[in-house]
Write a protein that binds this ligand. Sequence first.
Ligand SMILES: [Zn+2]
Length: 90
Amino acid sequence: MNCVKCGAENPNAAVFCGVCGAKLESPEEKREKIRRLEQELRELEEKKEKREEEAAALREQIGCAEERVRGLREEKSRLIGLLLSEGGEV
Ligand SMILES: [Zn+2]
């Protein structure tokens, strides 16, 4: 079994590296770590997908709001135009 820290070869039963003293991970510990990382990855990907859906919904809301602003500006211009044509003051 090779030390992950210094790369030295150690007996399979060793718990600590004979060269640098680092804790050696058994194959079972490595497999467990891989399982944890895969689980974490899955959760992050789910989170990312959710955020992307939220972002898409927000973009749609922004689009609607922009359309409403455009409509209100046009309505305002139209009313100002009407007032002016009637000789009124704005
Ligand atoms: Zn080592």
